[in-house]
Design a binder for this molecule. Structure first.
Ligand SMILES: [Zn+2]
Length: 376
């Protein structure tokens, strides 16, 4: 059975020998249930022994008593707001597992469990599976945030009533539509996985193409997409712009409009050849060694142009519905200043290296956009 036909529970623990040559998944177990039924699940992962409970502060206040009741059979409960990961190592030996209540705590738990080689059970309170499945965690150490590699939790236990962040997750799910369009049309010499592409597409379809189906559906779509990202499917320019501006939906709206303009009106201006070294310096990255303007590049563009335009227009036609659903879910408006946005878009090809923005740079359009202001 293909990946896209699996439930999220199956997907999470299945090891799948894929046609692309990779072995996908098999890294976590996902279960839905009430917090009060957690202790049966814990028995599977943690034989008798002490548990460390890490809790994001507000979430612990909301469900601390429920959690204590659910875990009453265990020897030790310690709940705390950790402000520095080094303090985790003050715990006694003999700890058999970590329970992390809240998404912030999940990253701490993954880090600590990874270093001590313990099972970690994460109970998320925000819909953001990237933070559960990502290769690294972002944790506080010595007054700074630092990034460490860490395995995913052994068990992800989801009590849907605890989840918030549906609007932001929904915006991110929507923004994948543009990432998938880029993946479909961008020239790319890496081997691609059709299974993951289908899985990501089905995660969008699971929302009835941008109609809200409630928190659990949003969680499931977000989880499928985080799985795809973990296994190598790239979000590309829309992810980079979202990181710079703090909003996935905003990044989708802006980039879709820039794309539409380009594919409708864009034409080659070979006299406006970009200065790659200067552009790379501005972006704070090394210049790519293989930049060239071969005829094949323009041939590719002409071949892909019609499909890209149709895809972007389909996304644009759905924007009003997406925005309405986003605000119904409690999403907040985001403003980004014109100059900051222009600069972000201008430097995206240097930061993500693929997709239509690379064409725009090659066509000299981005040089025109930033003319007269870039030397600062
Ligand atoms: Zn594959």
């Amino acid at each position: 059975m293909h990946l896209s036909a699996r439930s999220v529970e199956e997907l999470s623990e299945l090891t799948y020998e894929c046609e692309c040559g990779k072995r996908h998944g098999g890294f976590a177990r996902l279960r839905f249930g009430r917090l009060s039924a957690l202790s049966e699940e814990i028995n599977v992962f943690v034989p008798l022994g002490k548990l460390v409970i890490l809790a994001s502060g507000e979430t612990f206040l909301r469900c601390g008593s429920v959690l204590r009741e659910a875990l009453r059979r265990y020897k030790l409960l310690t709940a705390l707001d950790v402000t520095d990961v080094s303090s985790l190592f003050a715990f006694d030996d003999g700890i058999a597992g970590v329970v992390a209540l809240g998404t912030e705590a999940a990253e701490l738990g993954r880090y600590f469990a990874g270093v001590r080689n313990l099972p970690c059970i994460a109970i998320p309170d925000v819909i953001c599976s990237e933070r559960l499945l990502g290769e690294t965690v972002d944790v506080p150490l010595g007054g700074k945030r630092v990034v460490y590699p860490a395995p995913p939790p052994r068990l992800i236990y989801v009590d849907v009533s605890l989840l918030c962040g549906a609007a932001e997750a929904y915006g991110k799910i929507c923004s994948w539509a543009l990432s998938l369009l880029d993946l479909r049309f961008s020239p790319d010499d890496q081997p691609r996985c059709g299974e993951l592409y289908e899985l990501a597409l089905s995660a969008l379809g699971g929302l009835g193409w941008y109609e809200s189906d409630g928190v659990q559906k949003i969680f499931e779509s977000d989880f499928r997409l985080a799985y795809c990202a973990r296994e190598g499917l790239e979000r590309g320019a829309v992810r980079v712009l979202a990181e710079e501006t703090g909003s996935d939906l905003f990044a989708l709206v802006k980039l879709a409009k820039v794309y539409e303009l380009f594919f409708r009106k864009g034409y080659a201006r070979p006299y406006a050849a970009p200065d790659y070294v200067e552009r790379a310096e501005r972006a704070g990255v090394r210049p790519h060694p293989l930049f060239c303007r071969a005829d094949a590049f323009y041939a590719d563009f002409l071949r892909e142009r019609r499909g890209y335009l149709a895809g972007v227009r389909e996304i644009l036609s759905r924007l009003p519905n997406m925005k309405r659903t986003y605000f119904q879910l409690g999403g907040k408006g985001v403003r980004v200043e014109g100059e900051a946005l222009r600069r972000a878009v201008d430097l995206l090809p240097e930061k993500c290296g693929k997709g239509p923005l690379v064409w725009m740079r090659e066509f000299g359009l981005l040089e025109g956009l930033c003319k007269g202001r870039c030397k600062s």
